[in-house]
Design a binder for this molecule. Structure first.
Ligand code: GLP
Length: 248
């Protein structure tokens, strides 16, 4: 696992965007694994800028989002489909049929998970998987637990996660209790994984993830088993890591 420490959020965002652009230049029909949350928004802004300058073509790019809340309709501003359209898709020339996000409004969520797994098998492997990290170490919505699930599945959100995400909702009672998420195995199948972390609130979990062993109670620590993972952390997020843990 490589750790690249950069000055701030803007540098993190630009560096991540550059890697995606490079990937698309090498392979115009790249499969990207995308994340939501506040962390990747700057990266998406940079991608939009590259597109506006005519430096990238998304017309053949395929995207898979990590997760979606169950029970929010697609027009709900807190749904991840809404987030992705607002922050990326509606500003670039990606084709609607090349965008995949679990459907949190599906009548039968289990069938929806099966459908998503089949799509991942059809179009995968993902070339670059972008991840954020929850303050409790979750990736996607793979929450700390005695065991982790390999494939796309329905999950209960922990109180920690609901509290952390409540800032986007009117109050915590509005935060869904369930979500559909790609599993750890789906994430680990990606050719390359880039985990982004910014800000002091992420410093304890980044330290924990980097400096302690692999545990299902820190889902992101499982990434240590992957051959091509890069953490791009800003100075605040990396501020608690022992210096010799960093290869930058
Ligand atoms: C949500 C998403 C995760 C994301 C996390 C961190 O729970 N499901 O994929 O990594 O939030 O969000 P933020 O980047 O806002 O800290």
């Amino acid at each position: 696992m490589k750790i690249k420490v950069v000055k701030d959020y803007d540098e993190m965002s630009l560096l991540a965007a550059k890697q995606i652009i490079e990937q698309i230049k090498i392979k115009n029909n790249s499969v990207l694994g995308l994340a939501t949350g506040s962390t990747p928004i700057g990266m998406y802004k940079n991608l939009i800028e590259y597109f506006k300058r005519g430096e990238v073509d998304f017309s053949k790019v395929i995207t898979f989002n990590l997760d979606e809340y169950i029970g929010l309709d697609k027009g709900n501003e807190q749904s991840y489909i809404y987030f992705m359209k607002k922050n990326l898709f509606s500003h670039i020339n990606i084709k609607e049929e090349n965008i995949f996000i679990p459907d949190g409004t599906a009548k039968d969520a289990e069938i929806e998970c099966k459908r998503y797994n089949e799509l991942l098998e059809k179009y995968g492997p993902i070339d670059i998987q972008i991840l954020g990290i929850g303050v409790n170490g979750h990736i996607g919505f793979n929450e700390p637990s005695k065991s982790l699930t390999l494939r796309t599945h329905v999950t209960d959100l922990t109180e920690d996660t609901r509290k952390a995400n409540a800032r986007f909702f009117d109050d915590i009672s509005k935060v869904p209790t369930k979500a559909i998420t790609m599993g750890i195995g789906d994430i680990m199948k990606a050719e390359k994984i880039i985990l982004l972390a910014s800000g002091k609130s992420k410093a304890p979990i980044i330290k924990h993830m980097v400096e302690t062993g692999i545990s299902t109670f820190i889902p992101a620590s499982v990434l240590k088993l992957h051959k091509n993972v890069e953490i791009i952390a800003d100075e605040d997020a990396a501020s608690l890591i022992e210096k010799d843990s960093c290869i930058a």
